[in-house]
Design a protein around this ligand. Structure first.
Ligand code: CA
Length: 521
């Protein structure tokens, strides 16, 4: 009898153990679920977690407060598709082959989603893709067609095309929930949850239009670019935003369109086509909001200075309200994860493919190696392993995302990846010999948009040295501590000649280290 009791107890104990282990499959293998939210053109200055003076993003703040905020997360090439390719491959543009937006991503190459998939993850890509070639390495993909429309967008789901009614940021989020709902819960999942917002032409959700108000101007809005030749020669000034497509004015007879970064582009026709994607009801609500303001604008007879300020306000309001749609949907995501008991073991990451100028230097867009353009948000919440309320100032790069995620998933990082895992930084630990400088290279000139000259450079914790080349030969040096807005080019200041020599040597060392021999010295 005693023996039988022992036998039954043992059997019950084993049954309970195996049940518990099945329930905690993911935690037993120690692999986090990953939700990687990538916004498009999201500037750190638009988020109250980084800059409380401009806009309030309470749900994104929550992500920072409940996890880690990186203050110096930088991109190696500040433009859309190239930066995305760097994130997927952990390799610089000259290695992954996607240097500028004209290039097509070679999807046959190694990417972190493929490696996660091989290691037992279920992988998905939902939202903006923008790499031209068909997605590879995903068990499920559902991408916005082309750049994606803000209203009633077209999605391509595993090759099948459908138009969905609604606002793109909400729709992409709905698809993410649908996917997680049905995902094989025996496996860890990784979802690349990629927004269109807040990409140009910045069309806010109708429900948010009433939140428009006068926003503060950046200190450098009226930059005259003295001492910086390449900065003076670009075409990305707020003053030149297309009146139709960007500023949402239905042009009347006699009203003149601006250059908007490409004089040959039919902005008026493009605005007409974009506006016509709205339903009659959406058009009605849209016009009820914008048309009275446009009428005031037409009748105001502004001076040049007043007109510039007006354009800035229209631009920044539209942009920020697109950011609001992301913040709102991150709130929905938190609720969803809580409700489905997924918060603890799911890593939620928010980042962007590059930064963006929010009027700094008088600009919109990105491309330049200046801070607003190369700095991206990097906020990560993973309650299971990552302590809350952390702020980290180390230089991390989009190049590091792939190795870091592989590291968390317990996968060996391939030696040909050029980034490094910053997992230990997230755990609150130090990493010996972490980088204290980074290498940058931008290629999209003379083709493409905005006329930003080709350039490469080095950024250390306190200084930045840039070389603009191709049809120009201009160097710039900035002291980021005394001149954080990069207005004062010190390249000809004799007090800095030793430093310049040192930085040039380090820059050339990094070019050799990463194997970028595409420029002659
Ligand atoms: Ca982008």
């Amino acid at each position: 009898m005693k023996n039988n009791f022992f036998l039954y107890s043992t059997i019950i104990f084993l049954i309970v153990c195996s049940f518990a282990s099945a329930q905690n499959e993911n935690s037993a293998t120690n692999k986090p679920n990953i939700i990687f939210i990538l916004a498009d053109d999201l500037a750190v200055n638009a988020l109250s977690a980084y800059n409380p003076k401009l806009f309030n993003t309470p749900n994104i703040d929550r992500l920072a407060n409940e996890g880690i905020k990186f203050n110096n997360c930088l991109v190696t090439n500040s433009i859309c598709a190239p930066s995305r390719a760097v994130m997927l491959t952990g390799k610089y543009s000259h290695k992954n082959g996607l240097r500028d937006n004209r290039d097509v991503f070679n999807g046959d190459q190694q990417t972190f989603p493929k490696l996660l998939q091989q290691a037992g993850y279920t992988t998905a890509l939902i939202g903006k893709w923008h790499l031209k070639s068909a997605p590879q390495g995903f068990d499920y993909w559902n991408i916005a067609k082309g750049q994606g429309l803000y209203y009633n967008p077209i999605f391509i789901e595993m090759g099948d095309t459908t138009r969905r009614d609604g606002y793109i940021t909400d729709l992409i989020t709905d698809y993410v929930f649908d996917y997680i709902e049905d995902v094989d819960k025996e496996k860890p999942f990784c979802v690349l949850y990629h927004h269109k917002s807040p990409h140009r032409n910045w069309m806010p959700n109708l429900k948010d239009l009433a939140d428009m108000k006068t926003r503060p101007e950046p200190e450098t809005l009226h930059d005259d670019y003295s001492g910086r030749v390449a900065a003076a020669e670009q075409d990305m000034e707020i003053n030149n935003l297309y009146r139709s497509l960007d500023l949402k004015i239905h042009l009347q007879k006699g009203e003149v369109e601006n250059s908007g970064g490409k004089a040959s582009f039919d902005a008026t026709g493009s605005w007409r086509a974009t506006y016509n994607t709205l339903t009659p009801q959406q058009k009605k609500e849209w016009d009820e909001y914008y048309e009275p303001i446009n009428k005031e604008f037409r009748e105001a007879n502004f001076s040049d200075e007043e007109l510039f300020k007006w354009k800035y306000q229209r631009y920044i309001n539209d942009y920020l309200l697109c950011v609001k749609s992301i913040d709102d949907n991150i709130g929905r995501l938190f609720d969803y994860l809580d409700k489905n008991n997924l918060s603890e073991n799911t890593m939620v990451i928010l980042s962007s493919d590059q930064g963006f100028f929010l009027g700094e230097h008088g600009w919109y867009d990105k491309r330049f190696m200046y801070e607003e353009s190369i700095k991206i948000p990097m906020l990560i919440r993973y309650p299971k392993d990552v302590p809350a309320n952390q702020v980290n100032d180390k230089i991390i790069l989009n190049l590091d995302f792939a190795p870091t995620l592989l590291d968390f998933a317990g996968i060996e990082i391939p030696t040909d990846m050029q980034g490094r895992s910053f997992k230990k930084l997230m755990l609150g630990k130090d990493i010996p010999n972490w980088r204290n400088s980074m290498y940058y290279h931008y290629y999209e000139y003379p083709h493409g948009w905005h006329d930003v000259k080709r350039h490469y450079g080095i950024r250390t914790e306190n200084f930045k040295l840039i070389h603009f080349y191709y049809d120009i030969d201009e160097w710039e040096l900035f002291d980021l501590e005394s001149d954080p807005h990069e207005m004062n080019n010190l390249i000809d200041d004799p007090n800095y000649s030793d430093l310049i020599l040192k930085l040039k040597n380090e820059l050339y060392y990094l070019q050799d280290y990463y194997g970028d021999n595409s420029v002659s010295r």
